[in-house]
Design a protein around this ligand. Sequence first.
Ligand code: PBG
Length: 324
Amino acid sequence: MYPLRRNRRLRTNESIRTLVRENIITPSDFLVPLFVVEGKGVKEEIPSMPNYFRLSLDNLEKEVKELWYMGLGAVLLFVKVPVNLKDNKGTEALNPDGLMQRAIKTIKNACPDMLVMTDVALDPYSSYGHDGIVEDGQIINDETTEVLAEMSISHALAGADFVAPSDMMDGRILTIREALEEEGLFNTGIMSYSAKYASAFYGPFRDALDSAPGFGDKKTYQMDPANRFEAIKETEMDIDEGADIVMIKPGLCYLDIVREIKNAVDVPVAVYQVSGEYAMVKAAAERGWLDHDAVMMEQLLAIKRAGANIIASYFAKDAVKLMS
Ligand code: PBG
């Protein structure tokens, strides 16, 4: 007796494995997160994110040119706001000459075809480190969405191609979409963080931007990691409200959600492999406990296989270097 079907035939050597491979990672899969700071000549390593940096505008310009040359054509911008400019309502977020607005212009001048997406939420601007306006210890929803809409217009006028609301307030996609349309900014897209969980994996990011919540946590607006149906509901609502792209965040622990959403919706699905996921791989590799490159590629591939059309990842450059 012999097995009628021998699956190992398709694994005999690299040539056949390559021929039958179902998923591959390419540079065009990536959205590259970038952290911007004030100053000149600044390139500060983020302590909990080895080999990842906060960049001042001059270094940002160099970085995007390098990314473009590598085939990385989309970035997602975050700014570290000086403490003295933070307040409860994110006033600085609307400054036409604010750091975000200047960062967008810097990139578009240096590299006009680079797709620029901007994070829209109050936390880097908030004296409370929360994604919305605080009143009596509560994060208030509807007033916050009005500010997010103004912020989106400001980013779009500075040249952003897409705004990426990461705040998880209810109704913000509709408020932002209507505001953009009213301004005639009908080509500005919205990538919604539609299923964003209240995750402990955001720790290093909050170090990077000095944006940790000053009181409490984000559980009244970000999702409970225990929930699955809620992710579908959130995502479908965002699409109904006008989201062009939806996103699930974090990545690896939530790939079941990614697949379900991918099967349920007909818009591109993005996945954010977040700062804590990056930090874990770096830390284990530094100790010699894991093979950095192999683990990185396996994780990225798993995200793609789960259904991601777009991967926001701090590994983008590392991965692309490995491919070339
Ligand atoms: C801000 C925002 C966060 C991240 C992206 N946008 C942090 C948070 O919600 O506290 C996390 C990204 C990462 O950890 O890499 N609203």
